[in-house]
Design a protein around this ligand. Structure first.
Ligand SMILES: [Zn+2]
Ligand SMILES: [Zn+2]
Length: 365
């Protein structure tokens, strides 16, 4: 039997249950989980804020583990055969169909209606398909990345799902050399976005968030300026961005807050003909009022949504993480490790913003 956390229904305590060992199919892989993560999405899942979630589920969508067994010859994304003991991660999104209109014509696979996501849209009755578990079953076709030997599992999990999400948001933002970039939000997505904006050639990166601990971390993760939302009201924050950009506003603004009001504020921070990349509104947190004449049309602004990640974002983000593993203090984003029995505490800590990144360590007992 395998010990796993099960989220039985919205707003019910997460339970640790004994579940059957996975049945290995040809092309499948059994992982012994090293780390999984708790992110804001898990808190939303806990409160039933995502549609179409097949409770009971095993949460945990981004994880890293050690290969325990493979169903015959299974290869990673580089074509190398996986062997027992390899440290790997995988794209949580599975079963993109590559035969629907969105996959084939729009080439927007993150909007494929057939996609399923580990830890979110698989039921616990379908197997060990979430990371808050001693083992994870990778179904045939799951896209696997072997971590480079120099990249430790702690470093990988420190950004968690924030790492590929930020990578995608920065890719969508098309930062140019010498741009001034504002990053709204200093959670894992925002902090990783500061790094990727810096590495994209930004001249100045301005992080906006709270609390002080996260702002200090932003300064170590590539930001040149850190503005506290606790010290400066919205109008003042907009003014500071304009003061730092000769009154024009930032070339690029990346939203990673999850707060609808931040979108109206971000549109005031972006310069005319700039780019606004929205990545933080992953759940429906409500409406916001804005003036479309001033905020969009007259501004000639390019607004880009960022939904989910595809394999390229995770793959490239892992390679970049490995390359710059010593330049930025990635693992300082990990505030605390939690055993499976502490999952409810981890959810409460993430919800209250007491931690930057909460990591689940199923082996901790
Ligand atoms: Zn599709
Ligand atoms: Zn997540």
């Amino acid at each position: 039997m395998v010990r796993a956390c099960v989220m039985t229904a919205p707003d019910e305590p997460v339970e640790v249950r004994q579940l059957p060992e996975p049945t290995l199919e040809p092309g499948g892989v059994v992982l012994r989980t090293i780390y999984s993560e708790v992110c804001g999405t898990d808190v939303h899942l806990w409160h039933g804020r995502l549609a179409g979630v097949p409770y009971p589920i095993i949460p945990g969508h981004v994880s890293v583990g050690r290969v325990e067994a493979t169903g015959g010859e299974v290869r990673d994304a580089d074509g190398q055969v996986l062997v027992a003991g390899d440290t790997v991660t995988f794209l949580d999104v599975h079963e993109n169909c590559y035969s629907c209109w969105y996959c084939l014509v729009a080439k927007a696979s993150t909007r494929c209606p057939k996609r399923r996501v580990y830890g979110i849209t698989y039921s616990a009755s379908e197997g060990l398909l979430g990371g808050w578990s001693e083992k994870i079953y990778l179904k045939p076709g799951v896209r696997i990345i072997r971590l480079p030997p120099t990249l430790g599992p702690e470093t990988f999990i420190s950004g968690g799902c924030g790492l590929p999400t930020a990578f995608h948001a920065v890719e969508r933002a098309t930062i140019r050399l010498g741009d001034t970039v504002v990053v709204q939000g200093t959670g894992p997505v925002g902090l990783c976005a500061c790094v990727f904006a810096r590495l994209s050639g930004a001249l100045n990166v301005i992080a906006i968030g709270a609390p002080r601990l996260r702002l200090d971390m932003a300064l170590e993760m590539g930001a040149d300026h850190a503005i506290s939302i606790e010290d400066a009201p919205a109008s003042r924050r907009v003014q500071i961005v304009h003061d730092l950009t000769s009154g024009r506003g930032a070339d690029v603004v990346i939203e990673a807050t999850g707060v609808p009001a931040a979108v109206a504020e971000g549109l005031e921070m972006v310069r005319d003909a700039g780019v606004y990349s929205v990545a933080g509104q992953y759940t429906d947190a409500g409406d916001v009022t804005l003036n479309p004449h001033r905020a969009i049309n007259k501004k000639h602004v390019d607004i880009r949504g960022t939904w989910g990640t595809d394999f390229s974002h995770l793959y490239r983000a892992v390679q970049m993480l490995n390359k710059y593993r010593e330049r930025f203090p990635w693992t300082e984003m990990i505030s605390r490790y939690y055993g499976l029995e502490q999952a409810n505490e981890a959810l409460r800590d993430v919800e209250a913003g007491r931690v930057v990144k909460a990591v689940v360590r199923p082996g901790a007992g």
